[in-house]
Design a protein around this ligand. Structure first.
Ligand SMILES: *Cc1c(COP(=O)(O)O)cnc(C)c1O
Length: 430
């Protein structure tokens, strides 16, 4: 059906000049052993490759494109801003406007600092937490992704309560020893780490809704207890809302669950598809940052006026347009359209979804932690990915990713998608 002739030819060029042919690993399609599609352009809910295949897009740049691609309001904001120069090395009023918008919807955030990526936001928030508490160690959760900074690229070692090991080459063992890995939705795993490391933990960082091992929804009581346990131990709780901020509610997962972390990391939607990140919290913590305080953090392009303009336009469109409700209702519609299939293949498929995020796991329900996630049948996923791609559905090429729905996805898009999923399930299971 679809030809991938041009994509293949261009990818052969790409691998000559870029490791793996890509600038970020998941784009290489390695886990689905397909050559990746090369993108020509995108608009609304659609993305087009260099062979002129049209896809309904569920990658959506892995999160930023809540309004869909090339939304007119954002395009105009970018054009207008770029015409006035695109980096100054001095403060603009726009930065204050974006900060105000974030503070308005995140009551736990009184002050923010803008950076250039989610990775940078997390890395800086961790430094701030260490500087503020005077402690070195941190706890993260298996399956949560917080960008590619050294201290976050660790996995549980053999004695998981005592040691972690780097999950990438190039990370000093000494550094990975300061990061502990706990189990998502399991408060006891956190308590044991605190117990074994009295007064040594600076912070606990979590995706309050996990979306980087596929979508895994937290139990409310787990999150609530996590905050309490962290505070009992004089550590800071950091919510990494790089995906969930301005998506699961305007105030992120903390808005949805009415919970208040000490520090919040943002990215993706707050830049509307241009590079950005931010971290923020209460004044007494944020004032530890340089130039007010002793924790150093800086950036040549931080608060970039074009990125900030795209972010403001995106958040304002979200405010004016019920964008989140639209995206949420399309997600509900898709999941309900697959109800019959979920019943029929109830020992083979789990769909986890919340707001405008979902993942189809090829595993019997439930999927509530990393151990469940890695029980998924990757061979079946690979088949599924190839089959729906042929039907014009662009999904992330990995079982361990969320699919993203935007306010530009129409009922027609969802009907087509549901039909493609049903056809693929039938071909795989019958
Ligand atoms: C994407 C992501 C990051 C990293 O953001 P980058 O902009 O890719 O550096 C961090 N945390 C979470 C939860 C993310 O989804």
């Amino acid at each position: 059906m679809s030809s991938f002739y041009n994509s293949k030819a261009i990818f052969e060029q790409a691998v000559l000049f870029m490791p793996g042919g890509v600038n970020s690993p998941v784009r290489a399609f390695k886990s689905v052993n397909n050559p990746p599609i090369i993108v020509k352009k995108a608009g609304g809910s659609k993305i087009y490759d260099v062979d002129n295949n049209e896809y309904i897009d569920y990658v959506m740049s892995y999160g930023p494109m809540i309004l869909g691609h090339a939304d007119k309001r954002v395009v105009n904001a970018i054009k207008e801003s770029a015409g006035n120069g695109f980096s100054y090395g001095a403060t603009t009023e726009k930065e204050i406007e974006l900060a105000r918008l974030i503070v308005k919807y995140f009551p736990s955030v009184e002050m923010i600092r803008l950076v250039n990526s989610g990775t940078e936001a997390v890395m800086s928030a961790l430094r701030l937490a260490r500087g503020f508490t005077g402690k070195d160690k941190v706890i993260k959760f298996e399956g949560c992704y917080h960008g590619h900074s050294d201290s976050m690229l660790v996995k549980a070692g053999s004695g998981s309560l005592t040691t972690s090991v780097p999950s990438s080459a190039g990370i000093p063992l000494n550094l990975s020893k300061d990061t502990f890995v706990a189990d998502y939705n399991d408060i006891n795993s956190v308590k044991s780490i605190f117990l074994n490391n009295k007064n040594e933990i600076a912070a606990v960082i979590i995706e309050p809704i996990a979306a980087n091992m596929g979508v895994v929804v937290p139990e409310y009581n787990f999150l609530k207890e996590l905050i309490a346990v962290t505070h009992e131990n004089n550590a800071l709780i950091i919510f990494d809302e790089v995906i969930t901020g301005f998506r699961v509610s305007k105030g992120g997962a903390q808005g949805l669950y009415k919970l208040a972390p000490d520090l919040t990391c943002l990215g993706k939607i707050i830049g509307g598809g241009l590079p950005i990140g931010a971290f923020g919290g209460k004044k007494n913590i944020m004032s530890y940052l340089s130039p007010e305080g002793p924790v150093y953090q800086a950036g040549t392009l931080s608060g970039n006026p074009v990125c900030v303009s795209a972010g403001i336009a995106t958040i304002k469109a979200v405010e004016d347009d019920n964008a989140l409700d639209k995206a949420n209702s399309m997600t509900e519609y898709l999941v309900s359209s697959l109800e019959e299939q979920l019943k029929k293949y109830n020992d083979k498929i789990t769909i986890n979804s919340i707001s405008s995020l979902f993942t189809v796991f090829f595993k019997k329900p439930p999927v509530t932690c990393f151990k469940d996630v890695i029980g998924s049948d990757l061979k079946t996923f690979k088949k599924f990915f190839g089959l729906i791609l042929k039907e014009g559905i662009f999904a992330p090429p990995s079982q361990y990713e969320a699919l993203f729905i935007s306010s530009a996805h129409s009922k027609g898009d969802i009907d087509k998608t549901a039909a493609a999923f049903k056809k693929a399930f039938k071909e795989i299971f019958e």
